[in-house]
Design a protein around this ligand. Structure first.
Ligand code: FAD
Length: 500
């Protein structure tokens, strides 16, 4: 009898211990989630899915770039990304490898079913996302897992800074492009490139401000040619990007040398070096000899510009909007191209192949939507000889018709030749109160016509501002065409965006 009573007591004791332990565990889990979500609320979450370690490595480099800009982040593997973290975070940066035929790496393979699957349709509307996909284009489902993640997050209402940035076999220019978006997210565009671009030597042969009198910042039409030889006919494709290696202004170099107290260093040796350095670093630089000092400086980060022309036009054309930081201080890239670089001076330039924005291989109709300098990336498709005889519809928005009708003579010419079947331009500062102001406002009134063009096989190309324009255009297109069909068009490369 005693044994039975003792056993029952012991079982109750064990059950009590188990109950306490479970309660403790639950509390610990709750505290852990609370800790994670509290920090996620104020931070960016970086989630990676890595098979061979590359995605994890780029996740830590991403965290370091944000940290250098004063922005904290919280790094987890994709399988550790809980619904609670997703609900609390404001910005999510996903770095995801794909291997085999669109498969997920081991530390990301449960995320879609276990985490996204638990979330309701519009539950991630608060979240801004960017996805970096690592893959190998010789496989059929290139970056397939990254695209699955994008679709899954998009279905739950998340907003995207840009389309998936695809990195083919660790191609460096795509990683530099990712760095551009990190610069946008952190508000700090002064970072060191993870890899130095191999620049060619070009020169500016023509530079003209094309919007005098505009209420917006000055925009320059800049023509470049290679320093040596003619422009090869296959130098770039319509839709490609020029990566520029900016230089410092003469004034900045002189100030730097003066503060350093060195007259022995020739100015040209400092032209492409990053001279924006802290006081502590200055003190350290003063202790070095000239060679060691030059070797210790970083190269200035690159800047990207959509190419507006095609090689057949014999010049590489850019539309650059000047960014002014202070009365006599300009943005690094736009200041270099619009003010500091002299005509015929060597310009460091490299072409970045931007295959997701190339003209469609077939002769399908194109709906081209853009604002501001975004017209550069759209113009190259119209100038592309392979587009002769096709139907194209341009929808463009800027500030005033009088000052900001960029490439007006080209547009009028292409309307006459029939290349531009339809043109709708809208100028916000000319608009009457209560009427349409921006290019996105042109879409709903033309919904039926857009549906008709899409039914007839049209592709949609969007170029220009990320903030304001691209996201609003995306919302309108989802309403007009349907979210699922728009995603299908994106998968088929019939909905292509180049936004910044
Ligand atoms: C794919 C791609 C294509 C691009 N195509 C073009 C193009 O065709 N034409 C073009 O002009 N630009 C284009 N850009 C943007 C361009 O790369 C630079 O970001 C832009 O010229 C500003 O750089 P900056 O070096 O002059 O200024 P930075 O030195 O980078 O910036 C100085 C300061 O101004 C802020 N700032 C930067 N840009 C802006 C802005 N637009 N509005 C308000 N504040 C800003 C920054 O936060 C920073 O604090 C493109 C970008 C990408 C990624």
């Amino acid at each position: 009898m005693h044994y039975i009573a003792a056993s029952i007591l012991f079982i109750f004791y064990l059950a009590f211990c188990w109950f306490c332990w479970r309660k403790y565990e639950a509390r610990q889990q709750q505290l852990f989630v609370q800790y994670q979500t509290e920090s996620a609320a104020s931070q960016v979450v970086i989630a990676y899915a890595s098979q061979s370690g590359s995605a994890a490595m780029f996740a830590s480099q991403t965290a370091l770039q944000l940290q250098a800009a004063g922005m904290a982040s919280h790094r987890v593997s994709l399988n550790q990304l809980t619904p609670e973290l997703l609900m609390q975070a404001k910005t999510l940066l996903v770095i995801a490898s794909t291997y085999g035929e669109g498969e997920a790496p081991d530390n990301g393979d449960r995320f879609i079913a276990r985490t996204l699957g638990k979330l309701k349709q519009h539950s991630l509307q608060h979240l801004q996302v960017a996805v970096l996909g690592l893959g190998d284009s010789s496989y059929q489902y290139f970056c397939g897992f990254a695209h699955q993640l994008q679709h899954g997050l998009q279905h739950r209402g998340a907003h995207f800074f840009t389309d998936v940035i695809e990195v083919d076999k660790l191609e460096e220019s795509a990683l530099r492009h990712w760095q551009y978006y990190l610069g946008q997210i952190s508000g700090q565009s002064h970072y060191a490139d993870w890899s130095k671009p191999e620049y060619g030597q070009w020169k500016i042969v023509q530079r003209e401000c094309i919007n005098p009198g505009s209420p917006g910042a000055p925009v320059f039409h800049i023509k470049l040619i290679p320093i040596e030889g003619a422009t090869p006919v296959d130098a770039w494709n319509a839709g490609d990007i020029a990566e520029i290696g900016p230089g410092n202004s003469e004034q900045l170099i002189q100030n730097f040398l003066q503060v350093l107290g060195r007259e022995t260093i020739p100015q040209e040796k400092l032209l492409h070096s990053d001279l924006m350095i802290s006081d502590d670093r200055f003190a350290q630089l003063k202790t070095l000899d000239d060679d060691a000092l030059l070797a210790s400086l970083n190269e200035l980060p690159h800047r990207e510009y959509s190419i507006a022309s095609v090689p057949a036009e014999n010049s590489l054309d850019l539309l650059v909007r000047q960014v002014k930081i202070a009365p006599e201080q300009f943005g690094l890239g736009s200041g270099w191209l619009s003010v500091h670089a002299q005509l015929h001076q060597p310009i460091r330039l490299r072409i970045r192949t931007n295959s997701h924005f190339h003209s469609p291989a077939n002769n399908c109709p194109l709906i081209l939507i853009g604002n501001g300098t975004g017209i550069a990336g759209l113009r190259s498709h119209l100038a592309n000889p392979v587009r002769a005889g096709t139907s194209n519809w341009l929808l463009f928005g800027e500030r005033t018709a009088a000052a900001d009708s960029f490439f007006n003579s080209d547009i009028l010419h292409w309307q006459k030749t029939g290349l531009l079947t339809r043109v709708d331009r809208i100028f916000s500062r000319d608009a009457q109160p209560g009427s349409a102001h921006y290019v996105q406002d042109l879409l709903q009134p033309n919904a039926q016509e857009i549906q008709r063009w899409v039914k007839e096989g049209a592709a949609i190309f969007v170029c220009g501002s990320l903030h304001g324009m691209a996201q609003a255009v995306d919302v309108e297109l989802r309403n007009i065409i349907g979210a699922q069909q728009l995603e299908m068009m994106a998968d088929q490369r019939r909905y292509c965006r180049d936004v910044y």
